[in-house]
Design a protein around this ligand. Structure first.
Ligand code: SAH
Length: 467
């Protein structure tokens, strides 16, 4: 018998009491968890079972018997079809409450922390038009070139004209590039046949300076009539300072290929964060919500609380944002990053800002951190800002070998954060506090900045909320 005695196709009534990991609402049926996308805690619903697993059910919302008071009208016409956002139907203040709960829940359930100090998530005043980067897949629909986003869990393209969480310049880069590509009869890449030219339009904008970048990701080494194409896009989009071609000839879901070549203008755009200048290329990572990135960085800096006597290792440093902000005050900062283009950008950024007390090391943190430890590098502060999968055991071991006074962990995934913090806690650190930041409004994702202190450490911690 499947979970909860329900079969696929059954209709069940339930009350949604929480949010699951991927943003779906969760209720219970015969004591089994039922996940129903696009529902809201407080909803009383009827769901149709679409998947029955041993220990949970997945359902589709059929009817709303009673609406949660937290429900609002979604801000986007393709919400629910496009896979980009999961929570637009939930009042923004309530989204923040739910994200705070998600972090606390992960720390308690996965990390086994008792009553961890989790501060209320810091949200945006206006949670729209904030995203500085978009990767729009391109396809042919009834002979027309379209771009948009994939539907949730699929590669079915939902065409869009404008995405309300994107910076307006990114939307314009997409629509105008499409028009130019259509004028020149550039065919879209077809995933199934592996034929065609244009795979993705990557749009980036530097929020502080307003500089835009368009990257045309192509399945071909050359781009037909590249000069005219690039010039026409530039003419139509004021603010565009960089147009590049990225070549991806692999049959893969990975968006960018290994080679990026200039078409018109610069190959990088320049932004400012916290008074420092940062150059950014098509391939390198930058936080996608600049306003909230600033909030995150300020917190990380406050927690790190460095002075000239501190040595810092900033692991997973990207283009060196946190590294350089720390380097203004610390004695020496090592940045560790495994994307070569990001390390190149980071080095240029250090020069641009005339900061010479930094050293960037290209490589996997799980190799470089143990090497640094072997070299005798003993940071007083360690910053970890890994991708969703968190840090590997080698990184935990190296951290515990280096035994910094403080560890600042910046996470975009509460479950791996909780797992990693538990390991660091059993290695001699105490969780001082966790501050969620809403870097990704209307999605189920949450960013968290955490301060850990070495147990028994009497040196000043950067805990800004301590008395
Ligand atoms: N701290 C930076 C970037 C954080 S995102 C900022 O705030 O801008 C995580 C970064 O880790 C990305 O730049 C990614 O390329 C890098 N990365 C991913 N896996 C890594 C690994 N195993 N070792 C080192 N860096 C890695």
């Amino acid at each position: 018998m499947p979970a909860g005695g329900a079969r696929i196709g059954d209709r069940i009534a339930l009350t949604i009491t929480g949010l699951g990991h991927n943003g779906a609402g969760v209720g219970r049926h015969n004591d089994i968890a039922v996940f129903v996308p696009y529902t809201c805690p407080g909803d009383e619903i009827v769901a149709e079972v679409t998947e029955a697993r041993r220990d949970m059910l997945i359902g589709r919302l059929v009817s709303l018997r009673k609406e949660s008071p937290s429900r609002v009208q979604p801000g986007c016409p393709v919400f629910g079809t496009c896979g980009g956002c999961q929570l637009q139907h939930i009042d923004y203040a309530q989204q923040l409450v739910l994200k705070t709960d998600a972090v606390r829940d992960a720390l308690e359930r996965i990390g086994k922390f008792e009553a961890p100090k989790v501060l209320p998530a810091l949200g945006m005043t206006n949670p729209w038009s904030f995203r500085n980067k978009a990767q729009f897949p391109v396809a042919m629909r009834r002979g027309r070139l379209v771009a948009g986003f994939y539907a949730a869990g699929s590669h079915y393209l939902v065409p869009i004209e404008t995405c309300p969480v994107q910076h307006p310049l990114n939307n314009k880069i997409m629509t105008e590039t499409l028009k130019v590509a259509a004028r020149h009869a550039l065919p879209a890449y077809d995933e199934r046949s592996g034929e065609g030219v244009l795979r993705h339009i990557l749009a980036k904008v530097a929020a502080e300076t307003g500089q835009g970048m368009a990257a045309l990701v192509t399945n071909t080494r050359t781009l037909p009539r590249e000069r005219e194409v690039a010039q026409e896009i530039a003419n139509r989009v004021p603010g565009l300072v960089s147009i590049v071609q990225n070549i991806n000839q692999e049959r893969t879901n990975v968006i960018l290929g290994p080679v990026t070549r200039p078409l018109l203008g610069e190959t990088t755009i320049e932004d400012r964060v916290g008074g420092l200048r940062f150059r950014l290329s098509a391939e390198s990572f930058a936080q996608t919500n600049p306003a909230q990135a600033k909030v995150t960085y300020d917190l990380a800096l406050a927690y790190a609380n460095v002075t000239a006597s501190d040595v810092v290792v900033d692991a997973y440093c990207g283009i060196g944002t946190i590294t350089l902000l720390l380097a203004r005050k610390a004695g020496k900062v090592y940045g560790v990053e495994n994307v070569a283009a990001a390390v190149e950008d980071a080095k240029v950024n250090a020069k641009l800002n005339r900061l010479s007390n930094v050293e960037f090391v290209l490589g996997d943190a799980e190799k470089v951190l143990p090497d640094l430890a072997k070299r005798g590098v003993r940071p007083t502060v360690l910053v970890l800002d890994p991708p969703r999968k968190g840090v590997d055991n080698e990184v935990i071991h190296a951290a515990l070998a280096m035994m910094p006074e403080r560890i600042v962990y910046v996470s975009c995934e509460p479950s791996t954060l909780a797992r990693d913090l538990a390991k660091l806690a059993s290695g001699g650190y105490e969780l001082v506090e966790a501050q969620p930041v809403d870097m990704f409004p209307h999605t189920a994702h949450v960013e968290t900045v955490v301060l850990l202190d070495k147990v028994g450490d009497t040196t000043a911690s950067g805990n800004p909320t301590a008395n």
